[in-house]
Design a protein around this ligand. Structure first.
Ligand code: ATP
Length: 269
């Protein structure tokens, strides 16, 4: 987490929610200058299937914000919609004050939105080094690449040791590190992470979350999709809970952790 001031939480508490937890889709009143990403009433469809039914959320500069929800709630769809892989049928997306609702994915990378997708999607026949170079491919300045390799290898010493190994022969945890490292090579202002802990042993989950905190401390804002709600709320400042395409809860991570409904549904309480 960063040293930035904690954002205010939404004023209205949800019925039966812990203090500070807001009802469906309510937005905290954030200082506009600090808002990096803003979704307003976003509706996304797959054909006639309405996957997002009016999502509104904000991410402030310097924050880690987590998006929680069960299988099929719409978490990945939200990230894909932000990243221009899907376009909303209704609603707007703003990044750094610019409307990016219809901006294609490859342009968003140049604007500073990086993503590490669900299921990792690394290039299995390429080496670790080549995978990272692919990440840097679309960046505007090539001059800072050495510093970025150093940053990635500093965060993930394991990748440095295995720089000549083919991506497909890395372990699951190492592949996850590579996917995050590749996203960092684009020097994102905002990093979208989709289920970074998926399929990892508990010890590796701890490591990945520690690295997520390090990345954020180095100045990268993060929107984190996770099923591991406990870990996600541990690193995040704030969170949103998605249910069948709608936000049903939002608030400070500490308040969500104490929310009986969140505990029951996502924390095994
Ligand atoms: P998970 O945690 O299981 O990955 P999720 O919260 O990320 O779930 P999404 O993948 O965003 O959920 O899916 C949201 C809804 O959209 C689901 O009902 C899903 O079946 C549907 N959906 C997702 N992708 C497609 C697609 N390509 N075509 C049709 N429907 C889809």
């Amino acid at each position: 987490m960063t040293d930035q001031p904690a954002p205010s939480t939404a004023p209205a508490a949800a019925a039966g929610a812990a203090p500070g937890v807001a009802a469906a889709g309510a937005l905290a009143s954030h200082d506009d200058a600090q808002v990096l990403l803003r979704l307003t009433d976003v509706h996304t469809y797959y054909g006639h299937i309405r996957a997002l039914q009016g999502i509104s959320l904000e991410v402030q500069r310097g924050e880690v914000v987590t998006l929680l929800g069960s299988n099929g709630a719409g978490k990945t769809t939200t990230l894909k919609t932000i990243h221009g892989l899907l376009h909303p049928r209704k609603g707007t997306i703003e990044f750094e004050g610019h409307d990016i609702t219809r901006t294609p994915a490859h342009e968003l990378v140049r604007h500073g939105i990086g993503q590490s997708p669900e299921g990792r999607r690394i290039f299995s026949r390429m080496t670790v080094l080549e995978n990272l170079q692919m990440g840097a491919y679309s960046r505007p300045d090539k001059s800072g690449m050495k510093a970025d390799f150093d940053r990635v290898f500093g965060l993930f010493p394991r990748l440095a040791e295995r720089r000549s190994q083919q991506g497909g022969t890395l372990s699951g945890g190492e592949q996850q590190m590579l996917a995050i490292g590749r996203a960092l090579m684009t020097r994102p202002t905002l990093l979208l992470l989709d289920e970074p802990s998926m399929g990892l042993a508990p010890i590796l989950v701890e490591q990945i979350f520690a690295i997520i905190s390090d990345i954020n401390r180095q100045g990268t804002t993060i929107l984190l999709v996770e099923q591991n709600a406990l870990m996600a709320l541990g690193v995040a400042e704030r969170g949103y809970v998605l249910q069948t395409g709608r936000i049903v809860r939002s608030g400070a991570a500490s308040d969500l952790l104490n929310d009986p409904e969140v505990q029951r549904a996502y924390l095994g309480g």
